[in-house]
Structures are given as C-alpha cells and as structure tokens.
Ligand binder design. Structure first.
Ligand code: COA
Length: 319
C-alpha cells in the first residue's frame, strides 16, 4: 500500500461520497450505526455534522467530521468546533492520514478563531495537533447519601422519547433555571439527533418530573457497570424543594438499579451540585478503574486555553 500524501485530496463528503464514508464509519463505530444508516437513507447529515474525506484518486483513505457547537461557559456563550468520526482505513493507518485531515479541518477552525473539542480514547493522536486533555470531575457518592424529601413531584419514566416528549424536554432545557457551564445549545435539528441516539440506546432513561401535572424538570439516568450515571439534570426553576425532590428520584432510581454508586456528570456551577454542597454531602471522584474517554480542547492557533481549561462537558452531549 504505497501512496504519497501530497497526491491525496480532501473533499467534503457529499452525495455518493457521503454514503461511502458512512458505510466505512459503520464498521469503525458500530454504536453509531442507527445514525449513519439514517444518513445513508436520507443522503443528509445530522445537526451540524459535516464530514470530510481524504482520497487517493477514487480510493477513500480516511475521514473526519466537524460539528460546530455553541456552549455556555461561565455565563457566556462560546462557539466551538466539535471533531468527530475520525477514522483511517486500516490498511493506511500510521501513515499520516488522520494528521492530514486534522491539519485541513483545524485550519478552518483557526480561520474563524474557534477552539476545537473532542472525546477520545487515544489522546496521543491529537496532542501534536495542539489538543490538550481537560480533566473532567465525574464526582459521585453512595445513593444512601443523596438527600430525600422536597416538593413531592410526580415522575414519568421514559425509555424512548417521541416528538412531543422532545418538545417538552426542549422547553425545560431552554428555561433560565437550566443554565450551567458546558451546556450545549440545542436547536430542533440537534434534538432530533438527541432523540435518535436516545431511542437506540437501551441503557438510558429520562425521568420527567411534574408539579401538579405540569412538567417542571427532568433528569437523564444511564445504567453503567456498578453505578448509575446522571448525565443531565434540567429544571425550570431550581428551588431547593424541587432540587431535593429530583434528588429523591435519583436515589430511588439507584435503588431500582441496585447501583451502589451514583456519578453526577454535572459542572460545579450546576444547581444540584450547589445544593448537595450546601447539604454537606461530600461527593468524591469515581472509584478507580472506571475508564472514560478523555476530553481534549485545542485553542485557536496562537491563543491559550483560558477559561476552556475549566470546561466540564456533560456526558449527555458526547458526539
Ligand atoms: C486513530 C486513527 C484515526 C489514527 O489514524 P492514522 O491515520 O493512523 O493517524 P496518523 O498516522 O495521522 O497519526 C497521527 C498521530 O497519531 C499517532 N497515532 C496514530 N495511531 C495511534 C495509536 N493507535 N496510538 C497512539 N498514537 C497513535 C501517530 O504516531 C501520529 O503522531 P505524531 O503526530 O506525533 O506523528 C486510526 O487508528 C483509526 O481509524 N482508529 C479506529 C477509529 C478510532 O479509534 N478513531 C479515533 C476516535 S477518537
């Protein structure tokens, strides 16, 4: 397998190239199959996901997708470029294909002075391109420590979400009580993407809380080995009584799952984290041995990480 990188070309993956890239990505990332099959069927990407592919003549060597996102960080909106779907055809690995795609796509982020972000289990691949690992505080506690009580909210357990559910969640998500660092702005397209991912995962539940029949908050619970992961909590109004009621549902969900540990993927400025601190509940790092992908951020060329060094990315929005 010989080729010169200088003879290769990068193309946006559209039309027949989009389908070719998706078929290749299904083999590389089997959990993404439902999304990729949808793209193959419709010929359209999802949300802002924009794939690029490196070709030697007609032969596909690798791909990388950009996914522009806007997040909240310390009270301000920040535009970022998510990097996803990085893969090289096995026969062409360790020959600079991913590096070439990264250079090409990061130049686009630099032109717009935007930082880039990704999750990976291979941080080494991205270090030379300027990405730095940002330590994530996945804090948690024993369910026995989670306070119970509060407003006595009704709860509906959703294992799949339909369009109406999505609209309800979106209204709560956008309410002023739900602003926290790392929160991703979600438009209608993004919610369709969220819905598809949610409905094709068997370990996720949304607990939709209501007050007098009116939806007022929700939490997203994920069953992981030996623990319950709370990857999202959104509240219309973050009063102590409502937060305590939500905590009651977290503790109850952990009991139902017989989970000895609850991890909260929530940043330090999240209302639930603040409440637990005020109650004197000590959350600690997840027990050793839990393997999570590394969050990496690259500032635009010539800039420093600045506040991005404190970025905590919610696991509900892994892309
Ligand atoms: C990860 C992957 C995309 C790398 O592609 P590649 O074309 O072989 O990478 P390159 O040859 O351009 O190498 C880029 C850098 O990563 C390093 N690298 C590549 N593969 C690596 C690996 N498996 N482990 C550690 N470092 C690796 C290279 O040494 C190079 O470092 P340098 O910049 O210091 O020279 C490829 O192995 C792949 O498709 N894996 C399966 C899908 C996957 O895991 N994707 C990553 C999702 S985040």
């Amino acid at each position: 397998m010989t080729f010169q990188l200088s003879e290769c070309e990068i193309h946006p993956a559209t039309g027949p190239r989009l389908r070719q890239v998706c078929r290749f990505l299904i083999d590389q990332f089997p959990p993404d199959r439902p999304i990729l099959e949808r793209v193959i069927a419709t010929g359209r990407g999802y949300a802002t996901w924009t794939p690029y592919a490196l070709y030697h003549g007609e032969e596909l060597l690798g791909s990388l997708a950009l996914m522009p996102l806007r997040i909240w960080l310390e009270g301000q909106r920040r535009d970022m470029v998510g990097i996803a779907s990085v893969a090289t055809v096995p026969a062409y690995r360790r020959m600079g294909v991913a590096g070439r795609l990264l250079d090409h796509c990061l130049a686009k982020a630099d032109q717009q002075l935007l930082p880039s972000v990704l999750f990976t289990s291979l941080p080494r691949v991205y270090e030379n391109a300027g990405f730095q690992a940002i330590r994530q505080d996945y804090l948690g506690t024993s369910p026995a420590n989670v306070p119970r009580g509060g407003a006595g909210l009704g709860v509906q357990r959703l294992e799949t979400i339909n369009d109406d559910d999505c609209n309800t969640l979106a209204t709560i998500y956008d309410s002023p009580g739900s602003v926290f660092s790392g929160k991703v702005e979600r438009d209608a397209q993004y919610w369709r993407f969220y819905q598809l991912l949610f409905n094709t995962s068997s370990n996720l539940r949304i607990l939709l809380c209501s007050d007098g029949g009116r939806p007022c908050g929700y939490l997203r619970a994920e069953t992981e080995e030996g623990r319950l992961l709370i990857s999202e909590v959104c509240l219309e109004q973050a009063s102590a009584a409502v937060i305590e009621a939500v905590c009651t549902h977290i503790a109850e969900e952990a009991r139902l799952q017989s989970a000895p540990w609850v991890t909260l993927s929530l940043p330090s400025d999240h209302a639930v984290r603040g409440f637990l601190e005020r109650c004197g509940i000590r959350c600690t790092r997840e027990p050793a041995g839990i393997c999570r992908e590394t969050l990496m951020v690259r500032p635009p060329r010539g800039r420093s990480l600045d506040t991005l060094s404190r970025l905590q990315w919610p696991l509900s929005d892994k892309f």
